[in-house]
Each structure stands twice: as C-alpha cells, then as structure tokens.
Design a protein around this ligand. Structure first.
Ligand SMILES: Cc1cc2nc3c(=O)[nH]c(=O)nc-3n(C[C@H](O)[C@H](O)[C@H](O)COP(=O)(O)O)c2cc1C
Length: 269
C-alpha cells in the first residue's frame, strides 16, 4: 500500500529532510539522508535537550530587582554555587575588527558591579587589538544545567594600571610566569618554545617579583543585558534590560521602567 507523503527539504546543505505522512500521523518524521558528502554527522540536527517545564517560568515577577546587575548577581550566585556548573565565570567574549569582522573566544569573568564586567588578557592578543580599534564587545554566559544564558553588550575600557598590577600579582606565580612566557595569539613553532621560556623565567624570577608584561584588564560597560531561560516547548523566556534612547519613554506595556536608569522589555524567543 502506498501512503501519501509530503516531502519537505529543510536544508539541503545539512542533508536534513522532513517527511510528513499526510493524514496519518500529526508528527513529522525526521530523516537524515546522504545528499552530499559535506555532512559528517547529520544527526546533530535532531539533538534536543529537555529544558525547564512550564512550572519554572522566568516572568517579570521573578526578577529579583529592576536593574540588571542585581539580577545578574542572583543568577551568577546560583550558578557558582551549583556543583555541576564547573566554571560559572566562563564567558564567550565577542569582538570585531574595525572592518566589522567578528571573532569570539572564552575568557573568565574576574569581577562585576554597577560599572561593568571585568576580564584580563594579553594586550597584544587578537582580542585586544580588536578592542583597541573597535572598543565594543559582547559577553555570553551559558549555564547549561540551569538552562540559563546571559548576554551583555557594551563599550570596553581598559582597567587602570594599578588594578591590573594588583590582579596580576595576586595570581599564582606559575600563572604569572605563563602570562609572561606567551605572546598570546602569535604563531610559534612548537610547545617547546613555551616550556623553554617558562624554564628561563622561573629561574630568572625565582627570588624577585615578576614584572607585569603587556597584559591587563578590560571592563565591558553594559548598554544591554539580556536574561534567557530555556523552556522545553521552545517558548523560552527572554527579558532584556537596556539603556533607553534619549526620547524613549516606557509605556508600561512593551517597555517598562527599571531602576538606576534602566528600562526592560520581554523579547520573543
Ligand atoms: C574557559 C576558558 C577561559 C579562558 N579564560 C581566558 C582569560 O581569562 N583570558 C585570556 O586571555 N584567555 C582566556 N582563555 C583563552 C582564550 O579563549 C583564547 O584562546 C585566548 O585569549 C586568545 O584569544 P585571541 O587570540 O582571540 O585574543 C580561556 C579559554 C577558556 C576555554
């Protein structure tokens, strides 16, 4: 017997087809077929994690305060105190060159407050060069077990020399040596280049303070901070705080008045 099928090609590059059996079953049948040799693991498209249930919504009344730094603290504290979150302070830092070519990598959050979000890096690295020519960045946290993500966007400034010195010298000596031994983001011929440099510096500074190399801190001053919480039905919760434009007035429907000069709004997922 032939059953009527409707064939939907979702994305031919990813070799994913949906075959719908008309009038028989309401659900779609997802099939992976080999249409080209470009796909190594087409099953990825069908991967789906269970998120939070409808009983665990993130609504406006769940905000612990009406400004984003306090809200970030509440979520961050939950993440850092959850033993299944290994590095709650890992965040993806996105920068772009002056021509708008983006790049992203993880760094560690090393402090936050009403002024912004701090991290430390090599001042000659790719990210630092991009920040110097285009001082804007985005930060993305994802705490998988909590089904939560936070996005921060804003301008970037260097931390003071004093703050960078203080933090650099507070790090374990091996990390200080490591920072000196590596010209971050430059090509090297092999790992031995690093270990030789590490050995030399360890001897050289065995009884002296290690001078801070061209390495230090930056702060992202937030213009917007979005809180995302995943729901199983994909109707995720998104509440974004942002600085309002000069003429913008909260209407209490789409845009709400927050504290400390912030406004907030719900975004469709
Ligand atoms: C979890 C994690 C945390 C990291 N933390 C830092 C950091 O705080 N500072 C840093 O310079 N690189 C950190 N790195 C390494 C960067 O991801 C990246 O390799 C390096 O900074 C060079 O990036 P760039 O060439 O784009 O400048 C971290 C990597 C991971 C995976």
């Amino acid at each position: 017997m032939h059953l009527p099928f409707r064939l939907l090609v979702l994305d031919s590059r990813k070799s994913v087809l949906i075959i719908k059996q008309i009038n028989k079953f309401p659900q779609n049948l997802h099939l992976t077929v080999s249409m080209s040799n470009m796909s190594y693991d087409s099953g990825v498209a069908g991967m789906r994690a269970a998120y939070r249930s409808r009983q665990e919504l993130f609504t406006e009344s769940d905000l612990v305060c009406k400004e984003p730094i306090g809200q970030f603290k509440a979520w961050f504290d939950q993440a850092r105190n959850d033993p299944s979150v290994m590095e709650a302070n890992a965040m993806c830092l996105s920068t772009a060159s002056k021509d708008g070519i983006p790049s992203a990598r993880y760094v560690l959050l090393k402090g936050f407050g009403p002024d912004g979000f701090k991290f430390f890096t090599n001042y000659e690295s790719r990210k630092a060069k991009e920040i110097e020519e285009n001082p804007k960045a985005a930060l993305t946290f994802y705490w998988e077990v909590l089904r939560r993500s936070v996005r921060v966007e804003g301008n970037v400034v260097r931390l003071s020399v004093e703050e960078s010195d203080e933090y650099f010298h507070s790090r374990p000596k091996a990390s200080q040596i490591g920072a000196c031994a590596s010209n971050q983001s430059t090509p090297i011929s092999g790992r031995e280049v690093l270990t030789a440099q590490e050995k030399y510096l360890t001897t050289e500074y065995s009884d002296k303070e290690i001078p801070r190399p061209n390495w230090g801190g930056y702060m992202v001053i937030p213009q917007s901070i979005e809180f995302w919480q995943g729901q199983s039905d994909r109707l995720h919760d998104r509440i974004r705080f942002r600085r309002p434009q000069e003429t913008e007035k909260p209407d209490g429907k789409l845009l709400h008045e927050g504290d400390n000069g912030w406004v907030f709004e719900r975004l469709a997922p």
